[in-house]
Write a protein that binds this ligand. Structure first.
Ligand SMILES: C[S@@+](CC[C@H](N)C(=O)[O-])C[C@H]1O[C@@H](n2cnc3c(N)ncnc32)[C@H](O)[C@@H]1O
Length: 252
């Protein structure tokens, strides 16, 4: 797609010629997609931290997630994919502010310096770390044991983004969510990154969004959900995101 931007309008030249005023929702969607690709190629999400720990997310994705935590008041938030621990600290901080809930982080490789920093953090008492392949039955059992019993669980999947791994995670962790609860799958944007430096061609099919589509087709107790938008005096709520279509809800 060729995008031309001038002072007052955006012109899109692709199949045929379409012109959208820069103030239109269509122009915003096109620019958001282009910004998503450019920001990813420039590793923009690797420039943020939360209360001292690097967090590899877009701030807008975290802000939407925050609203879900506020609305759901989960007893336990399970997140696969810890890395430096920034997203765990973000979620634990929300639990502290809300006065309810705690966080379980699962990663196949918790580097000693990251573990040390997470365990020394002011929010460490709300964080449990479990090291292991998040799709391995033994790891899933340890997470289940950590939850302890019936609980309002929120699941966030942000580890290995291969389709088969995310599908296996969905089968393992989604059943831990109660009716009305949510699973959030990160990085459903991967198919849109193909062709960029650092992106692989197989991301066109081998990605979390494809796993989610398969999972929903096989599990009718879950349906797609919108990212939580509790306030909108703007109009277009969907802006740049790395998690398009990433929210699902258990309906029964
Ligand atoms: C994108 S990073 C997580 C970013 C983190 N959630 C944040 O927001 O800062 C992905 C993490 O998944 C972990 N990972 C990769 N394969 C995994 C697997 N099979 N099981 C569990 N974790 C895995 C990696 O070690 C890495 O730390």
């Amino acid at each position: 797609m060729r995008i031309i931007i001038d002072d007052n309008e955006i012109t899109v030249e692709a199949a045929g010629t379409e012109r959208h005023d820069i103030a239109s929702p269509e122009a915003f969607a096109i620019l958001s997609e282009a910004w998503m690709r450019s920001s990813w190629a420039n590793r923009h999400s690797y420039t943020f931290s939360w209360l001292g720990r690097p967090v590899i997310q877009l701030p807008s994705d975290l802000l939407r997630l925050q609203e879900l935590v506020w609305q759901q008041r989960p007893d336990v938030i399970i997140e696969t994919g810890v890395a430096h621990g920034g997203s765990l600290v973000f979620l634990a901080g929300l639990c502290r502010l809300i006065g309810h809930g705690r966080v379980v982080g699962v990663d196949i490789d918790i580097r000693p310096h990251n573990r040390k920093a997470i365990e020394a953090h002011a929010l460490a008492d709300l964080i449990t770390l479990i090291e292991g392949d998040s799709a391995a039955p033994g790891t899933v059992d340890r997470v289940r044991t950590s939850i302890g019993g019936p609980a309002n669980v929120l699941v966030i999947l942000d580890s290995n983004h291969g389709k088969s791994h995310v599908r296996a995670e969905l089968e393992a962790y989604a059943p831990m969510v109660r009716p009305g609860g949510h699973v959030v799958v990160a990085d459903g944007n991967m198919a849109g990154l193909v062709g960029l430096p650092g992106a692989r061609d197989d991301w066109s099919w081998n990605n979390p969004a494809a796993a989610l589509t398969e999972f929903l087709a096989a599990n009718s107790e879950f349906e797609r959900a919108s990212p939580p938008v509790a306030f909108n005096e703007g109009g277009v709520a969907e802006g740049p995101t790395y998690w398009p279509g990433g929210y699902i809800r258990r309906v029964r």
